[in-house]
Design a protein. Structure first.
Length: 66
């Protein structure tokens, strides 16, 4: 499945790196793209979307499913 989130509180390169680090740590994430300009995070995975949202929240950000 592909899940897309808007992360409006992602404001800089460091924010992007924190989210990328959180997604890399999740076993089962096939691929992801974090776009600072559009504030979108796309994740390809078979994991439950709540795990993806939880990882982004644990990194300190607020994901909104698109």
């Amino acid at each position: 499945m592909k899940y897309t989130y808007t992360v409006n509180d992602m404001a800089c390169g460091h924010c992007k790196m924190h989210i990328e680090k959180a997604l890399k740590a999740l076993e089962g994430v096939e691929s992801f793209n974090v776009d600072l300009k559009t504030k979108k995070v796309e994740v390809q995975t078979e994991l439950n979307p709540e795990l993806i949202e939880g990882a982004i929240k644990d990194a300190g950000y607020t994901p909104e499913k698109v």
